[in-house]
Write a protein that binds this ligand. Structure first.
Ligand code: NAP
Length: 306
């Protein structure tokens, strides 16, 4: 099998999901005389966050959404940010609210997420949405794990009973990913920085999800032959770095792609794997929020996934 055959093409899957959503966003405009609207708040000038926001807004505009970008300086107070979110909560023309993380240290992410109206929480981070997910009754599901699940359900004929191992236990990736896989009848193990002998767990994984934030940490010694590997990591490397011999900045994942390629059955690349799916799921969640906020049925384009 060539490396191309082993690649899980996140761009292709994202395109497929977006093409299914686009008619729904066009229909929303016809029904309600406005586009589904996503408001994005960026605090400060973190270069990676700026790129993520730019890509999200481009996709929103391309697929029939209106987007509003609210830029706040890094010295904005927690109270001012919360007031801004409360205004968006009240605005009937705003369907989805996204606060780009991380926030400056003086602002509590937890407090900020708690303020977002759960029915506009298109990132799926509000405790109400996380609770629903863990109760097996998902409403807005965090975009990155949702995108991973979408690819897995297309790549694996029958996911039931598979051993799934996740490296990383963050609230935005590892934990919701575990819940989604559990609901899909996988046997799920979550590992983290305090896990002893991590390879003992990962070598049993039919499905390995890696969300750590350490460039190329995972090599072939972590992989069960024939495993499906999903690399969530996005690491920006400067030129002439340990993993970057080139003269320009590059993006790499948490998985050493070349070393894992021979052992794994399928693997997502970075870039072009999980990243595009995260954006597609954000557009999906926003269109869904728009219909729900208008108390209108939303056609479930994720039938068989969620
Ligand atoms: P995070 O909040 O920093 O969590 C990292 C997790 O990795 C923690 O649970 C940590 O364990 C664990 N960890 C750290 N070092 C470890 C080690 N040596 N062995 C095992 N586990 C270890 O990160 P995150 O927000 O989940 O993001 C993870 C990566 O995914 C980052 O590269 C991020 O940029 C990327 N990401 C990508 C997307 C996308 O759209 N593709 C979206 C979100 C995040 P402890 O809990 O014990 O500290």
């Amino acid at each position: 099998m060539t490396s191309m055959n082993k690649m899980i093409d996140g761009k292709m899957y994202a395109g497929k999901l977006l093409e299914e959503i686009y008619p729904l966003s066009k229909q929303f405009l016809k029904n309600f005389n406005r586009k589904p609207c996503l408001s994005v708040i960026l605090v400060g000038d973190n270069p990676a966050s700026k790129i993520y926001i730019k890509n999200k807004i481009i996709a929103a505009n391309n697929y029939g959404l209106q987007s509003n970008e609210i830029l706040l300086t890094s010295d904005v107070s927690e109270e001012e940010l919360i007031q801004q979110i409360s205004m968006l909560n009240r605005d009937e023309k705003v369907d989805g609210i996204l606060v780009q993380l991380p926030l400056p240290k003086h602002i509590s992410e937890k407090k900020v997420i708690d303020v977002i109206n759960p029915s506009k929480d298109v990132d799926g981070f509000h405790p109400t949405n996380i609770g629903k997910l863990f109760m097996g009754n998902p409403n807005f599901v965090p975009c990155t794990p949702l995108g991973c699940l979408y690819m897995l359900k297309h790549e694996i004929e029958d996911i039931k009973g598979k051993n799934a191992v996740i490296i990383g236990r963050s609230n935005i990736v590892g934990k919701p990913m575990a819940s989604l896989l559990l609901s899909s009848d996988c046997t799920v193990t979550i590992t983290h920085s305090r896990t002893k002998n991590i390879q003992e767990h990962t070598r049993k994984a039919d499905i390995l999800i890696v969300a750590v934030g350490i460039p190329a940490m995972i090599d072939e010694t972590f992989i069960k032959p024939g495993a499906i590997v999903i690399d969530v990591g996005i690491n920006r490397l400067e030129p002439k770095n340990k993993h970057n011999a080139s003269n320009k900045n590059i993006l790499i994942g948490d998985v050493h792609f070349e070393k894992v390629l021979n052992t794994a059955k399928k693997i997502t690349p970075v870039p072009g794997g999980v990243g595009p799916m995260t954006i597609a799921c954000l557009i999906h969640n926003t269109v869904k929020a728009a219909y729900i906020n208008k108390k209108h049925d939303f056609i479930n384009v994720l039938e068989g996934i969620l």
